[in-house]
Write a protein that binds this ligand. Structure first.
Ligand SMILES: C[S@@+](CC[C@H](N)C(=O)[O-])C[C@H]1O[C@@H](n2cnc3c(N)ncnc32)[C@H](O)[C@@H]1O
Length: 538
């Protein structure tokens, strides 16, 4: 690897050859359709009658609208609905980018836009037809979040309302969007904050997070040794589209091998030696991703996996004084070289694939367990490029039973527990509006049981990594504290020291002075992953 860019001159210019991020003759940089395409009002394939033309709108806006309706009406996930819809409708280049930003941005900033709209509509928003409300949100995002010129944002969105909902809806949308556009975003935010009953409620509305999540995130910042007033930066980071990070699975994909990366434009990640940041949003054309030698994986997810593999296990049957000193090259290596590793909650398999690649290098083997059969298939797919003999088994089962079924059978166990996902809100634009505080009670019970099972499945001297993609204190500190209260045979490791030991050379990571590690989007540029490393006492 040379300098900031990978060897091989994978430059932006070559991306242009494939039409990603390149100019689309039918849409300018502010989202306006140009010339013939705009007057046709569609993808250019049909000539519409004049009466129809007034109803039509451009295909990118139609696509964004359909995603919002699916998400709202069928509880679908935007990241699963949008890509096939773009393919099916032949949207590429700027049209695809416009539709993506319009759909994801509207979903992320829905709370902020509802606060604006509630001041422009003459009735409570929940009394509006949900389809009309989605059209209004789309129009508001164009006006306040995308800098689409006002006349284009209003007229195209009114056309969308007319074609998809009806003439009456179009009139309402026209009036409301004109009212929205008379005030700038900054003025709206000031007004919403000033009219809020208290500062946190104002911040939740302007930062577009439910109040209970805003409160929980602020508590988690304070509980993890960070200033609580960083909450505004955290909400902003959740509202920004994350860059796509790839993992070069060690021993499988070489970062300097041009054939693995094709013409992808990649720069090294900040922390993990395995991480590569892709410029652009479509990793599907990268040869190493297609073959499974690499994958798409958040850098925080890579770091916690690398840390579990590097943590010091004690030789079975040794006395505590036989510890391998921290920092010793042998740390993490089994004397026999034949460790057994377990990923207890493996689906869809991102961490399992990285663990398997590391296991292959260390002469260890991996069992991957997952309770949901369709996710088991995803794990198998993620592991397809791992050398034969490394993956002992991909198992379908409840992780809570493994401790009893296979006591003391493993040297390292990963518990990447099912959680609220409050650490990955930037990646799943709709999830913040779906989660409720009631989810916590169910999940935290399951998390405790899975961690206890993992501690039974690991042998004395072995290590368990407890991971959540949520910084919520009830899912992190409280689960671990509760389990430690019940288990006198478990000790906490110095997790920050282990994480520091796996960083790329020269990287200096800010971590709190605690036993565990909490990563943050606004500090580390990763998902808000939590990691606690625990070891069974000998
Ligand atoms: C946070 S995800 C794991 C992500 C995965 N480690 C990765 O990196 O791709 C949690 C997984 O736990 C699974 N799960 C939920 N309950 C489980 C249980 N009782 N036993 C095992 N797995 C469970 C879920 O289906 C989900 O696939």
């Amino acid at each position: 690897m040379t300098g900031d860019h990978l060897a091989g001159g994978r430059g932006q210019g070559r991306r242009d050859d494939r039409g990603r991020g390149t100019s689309d003759p039918r849409r300018d940089s502010q989202g306006r359709q140009r010339g013939a395409a705009r007057s046709r009002g569609d993808s250019g394939q049909t000539a519409l009658a004049p009466s129809e033309r007034r109803k039509s709108t451009d295909p990118a806006r139609q696509a964004a609208y359909d995603v919002l309706r699916e998400v709202d009406g069928s509880d679908a996930y935007a990241n699963l609905v949008l890509p096939p819809l773009l393919r099916e409708r032949g949207l590429r280049g700027r049209d695809a980018a416009f539709a993506t930003e319009l759909a994801y941005g509207t979903l992320r900033l829905r709370g902020r836009y509802d606060a604006v709209l509630s001041r422009c509509v003459d009735r409570p928003l929940d009394r509006l037809d949900p389809a009309v409300l989605d059209v209004l949100r789309l129009g508001t995002h164009q006006l306040l979040g995308m800098r689409v010129p006002q006349h284009a944002a209003v007229s195209e969105t009114v056309g969308l309302a007319r074609s998809r909902v009806g003439a009456g809806a179009a009139q309402l949308v026209n009036a409301v969007l004109r009212a929205v556009g008379r005030t700038t975003l900054d003025e709206w935010l000031e007004r919403i904050a000033a009219e809020a009953p208290d500062p946190l409620t104002g911040l939740a509305a302007t930062g577009s997070h439910p109040l209970w999540i805003t409160r929980a995130l602020r508590e988690s910042l304070a509980g993890n040794g960070r200033p609580a007033d960083e909450i505004a930066d955290l909400l902003d980071a959740d509202n920004a589209a994350p860059r796509v990070t790839l993992v070069a699975r060690p021993g499988l994909a070489d970062v300097d091998d041009d054939t693995a990366w094709g013409d992808a434009d990649l720069v090294p990640g900040r922390w993990a030696p395995t991480a590569l940041v892709l410029s652009g949003s479509d990793p599907s054309g990268v040869p190493a991703v297609r073959s499974g030698l690499a994958g798409v994986q958040d850098e925080g997810s890579q770091l916690v996996t690398l840390a579990l593999a590097a943590a010091e296990v004690l030789p079975a049957g040794a006395s505590p004084s036989d510890r391998v000193p921290a920092g010793d090259d042998l740390a993490g290596a089994s004397p026999s070289g034949s460790e057994r590793w377990l990923d207890l909650c493996a689906g869809p398999g991102g961490k399992a694939a990285l663990l398997a690649a590391l296991a292959a290098q260390r002469g260890a083997t991996l069992v991957a367990n997952e309770v949901q059969p369709h996710r088991v298939r995803l794990v198998e797919k993620a592991l397809r490029a791992v050398p034969e003999g490394v993956v002992e088994r991909v198992r379908t089962g409840d992780g809570r039973d493994v401790g009893e079924q296979e006591p003391g059978a493993y040297d390292r166990v990963l518990v990447d527990a099912p959680c609220t996902g409050l650490g990955a809100l930037r990646r799943r634009p709709e999830s913040r509006w779906r989660r409720t505080p009631a989810d916590l009670a169910v999940l935290t019970g399951l998390q405790r049981e899975l961690l206890l099972s993992a501690l039974d499945a690991v042998r004395p001297g072995g290590v368990v990594g407890y991971v959540t993609c949520s910084p919520h204190l009830a899912e992190t500190h409280m689960v671990v504290a509760d389990v430690l209260r019940r288990r006198s045979d478990v000790e906490r490791l110095d997790t920050p020291a282990v994480v520091r030991s796996v960083l790329r050379p020269g990287a200096v990571i800010p971590l709190a002075d605690r036993h565990d590690v909490q990563l943050w989007p606004h500090v580390h540029g990763t998902d808000a992953m939590h990691l606690t490393l625990l070891r069974r006492r000998l």
